[in-house]
Design a protein around this ligand. Sequence first.
Ligand code: ATP
Ligand code: MG
Length: 484
Amino acid sequence: MQTLHASKCGLTTAQLPSSILDVIDSLTKAGYEAYIVGGGVRDLMLGQSPKDYDAVTNATPSQIKEVFGRRCRIIGRRFELAHVYSGRELIEVATFRAPPKKAITSSAGMILRDNNWGTIEQDFARRDFSINALYYQPRKGIVLDFCNAVDDIKTKTLRLLGDPALRFEEDPVRMLRTLRFAAKLNFNIDAAILDIFTPEMTKLLRDVSPHRLYDESQKLFTMGHLHRVMPMLIKFGIWQQLFADLKTEITPFIERAASNTDQRIQIGKTINPAFFYAVLLWENYLQRCSFYHAKGTVAAEARAQAGLDVLKRQATRTIIPRFAETFIREVWEMQNRLLNPKPQQIEALSGHARFRAGFDFLLLREKSGDASTNGMGAWWDAYQNMSTDEKERAISTYNRQRAKSRRKTTTEESVEAKVSTQIEPLVKESETRSRRSRKTQSEVKKTVPQTVAHTAGEISPDHPILKRRRVQRDLAKVVFGPTQ
Ligand code: ATP
Ligand code: MG
């Protein structure tokens, strides 16, 4: 172990927010050891601005609770830690961890329960990468380096602590973290990791909870380097583990949406990770729509069911929170409305809560060469910047062209004239998985005759749609980022 001078590593207390200093000071005053560890130290040493700061201490979670009182909440089961609120910020405070006991690992070697408190040396050995295992005591102005991590920072090397195969088996999410950090920091992956990072190894991700994988997928989407990480995810076979039925090909649409997402993050704009999920699963959704069309299902019903099916499949890999699923289905449904809007509803559509996301999605499709948008992306783009008079003219021109292309009869025109200016809901609540799956199997069977009548006899009682089972979710553990 070497003790480094913080100033020689380019670290000063002036760089630190008062929240993390408050946590370190309060724990020290109460007689405990406390350090900043992980991404905060790493990023500062790399001259980058940290996303957040994590603290580590020899105080147990209940002792941390005693120090901070109502400002502290103990969270997690597998990995118990304290959340301490300082001003408006939240600092994660972990207790030094000892190696896990045998009895709490799964047959595949995965750690299931991990609340064995230990020393700083033991805690160090439990961390993932050398560069994430530097312990910074800002008040003493020192950094504890147990494994010459400073050299890895200098040479830009991502090195796992301990035996890489064992560390991946203990926690397969470390495979995702490897690619995330390599892409985010532009580091080289150590040869010892590359040797064992096989498609066989990535199969271990199947044992990881889909909730945790959703969290990780969000971190991948929001780190600002999607562009760099996507080919890596494909190359190492992780893409296939994360996304159900997704082709291992980055389409121009995905590529464009990824660049757009990265750019937004670089300029400090917020992004909604569900939007990128909508992009990724779009092709699958279209295919599923075609499947139902081919079966003769009514178009609106086909779209609704295709959306449910695709998200249901994805939930076997990453469980997208229910509200984010609704967002995705609304963005998809918006495509249909924006592509072929009823003239009377154009103005209302442009003020719809989902318009912005739906329009961004349409424009990305169009700009990535999707001719099926019929130029409507550009049309809506122009429409938004028009004066009221220009809008009226644009709508009547659109109306004439639409009537011409549809070769409508006079009767049809007059029926259309009575169309409400109100927008029907994009996603009907009665179609959501939650409602449907709350019904018991027998209740589902009872409702079959109505459904059959509604869909012109297309759905038989043994249709897979009616056989869905509820997937247990614990939304409390799912973190969801800000909306656009
Ligand atoms: P980020 O910039 O994404 O916050 P980070 O390194 O701080 O990166 P966190 O997920 O915040 O990542 O975790 C904080 C620290 O906890 C890590 O730096 C690492 O030392 C440790 N850690 C987190 N996840 C794992 C894991 N799966 N295995 C071992 N150590 C981990
Ligand atoms: Mg962190």
